[in-house]
Design a binder for this molecule. Structure first.
Ligand code: PEP
Ligand code: MN
Length: 277
């Protein structure tokens, strides 16, 4: 397996890769980064309220989908360019960089005009044309693990971005499909540790999609940091019951504040710290 990972393997690149996002945000190394925000950008005022809260609590990047991959074609699928404009406004207000998903090669240029980091969603991890197109923007790429992808397939997807000349790849474990249905997905913590061993790329964990239950998110986030993840990505909403997508797995603002405190403690316990602290 390691032979095909020409660029992603630690064998040829022993030191950890640090991905520089700009705005003084760097992912990887001895620092823990927190990416937070609603599943989808739903409107300007709602988004700015969450963004300001994430900033106040010490979060490092804002998340929010403007182009949403929904299982049902009848579900809210995002605000499109208007959502991107709102993300840019939130960056302006908070100073935090923004990450958002791009699902289609035809939208890459548009999304790259607004976003600091381009997210490849789980459903598109093996969309090789999209991986190449996104890589060519030069923007950092957040590559989510396909929900049915092996570690090898995930790292080979990263290899597509790296071999297209873009070395700024952040891997994101977001749970895989198993026989279990109580949780939306099964978070592969052992896989995170394995990928950190095999590759020099930073790895973050998304306990929101990884569990599908808000009540489980904080504990799994703590476990991820304790296991050596370089950061977490969580969904946060001021009123999860009214969210247009993934409210059932979204933390309230207050729960997010508690999570930030918990992450500080776990990071300190393993000789790390939150980024920029
Ligand atoms: C997301 O993070 O917005 C998302 C859709 O997640 P995933 O691709 O992991 O399902
Ligand atoms: Mn979501």
């Amino acid at each position: 397996m390691l032979n095909s990972l020409r660029l992603a393997s630690r064998k040829n690149h022993p030191e950890d890769t640090l991905v520089d996002i700009g705005n003084n945000v760097v992912i990887g190394g001895k620092k823990i980064s927190v990416i937070a925000g609603p599943c989808a950008v739903e409107g300007r005022d709602l988004y700015l309220e969450v963004a300001r809260w994430v900033k106040k609590e010490g979060g490092h990047l804002l998340r929010g989908g403007a182009f949403k991959p929904r299982t049902s074609p009848y579900s809210f699928s995002g605000l499109g360019e208007e959502g991107l404009r709102i993300l840019a406004a939130a960056r302006e207000v908070t100073g935090l960089p923004v990450v958002t998903e791009v699902m289609d090669t035809r939208d890459v240029e548009l999304v790259a005009r607004y976003a600091d980091v381009l997210q490849i969603g789980s459903r598109n991890m093996q969309n090789y044309a999209l991986l190449r197109e996104v890589a060519q923007t030069g923007r950092p790429v957040l590559l989510k693990r396909g929900f049915a992808a092996t570690i090898k397939e995930w790292l080979l997807a990263a290899e597509y971005v790296l071999s297209s000349g873009n070395s700024s790849v952040i891997l994101c474990e977001r749970g895989i499909r198993t026989f279990e249905t109580y949780t939306r997905n099964t978070i592969d913590i052992g896989g995170v540790v394995a990928v950190k061993e095999i590759s020099h790329l930073p790895v973050i964990v998304d306990p929101s999609h990884g569990t599908g239950r808000a009540s489980l998110v904080r504990a799994v986030a703590r476990a991820a940091v304790a296991a050596g993840a370089d950061g977490i990505m969580v969904e946060v909403h001021q009123n999860p019951d009214c969210a247009l997508s993934d409210g059932f797995q979204s933390l309230t603002l207050e729960a997010f504040s508690e999570l930030m405190q918990e992450i500080r403690l776990i990071a300190a316990a393993i000789g790390k710290a939150l980024a920029a602290e």
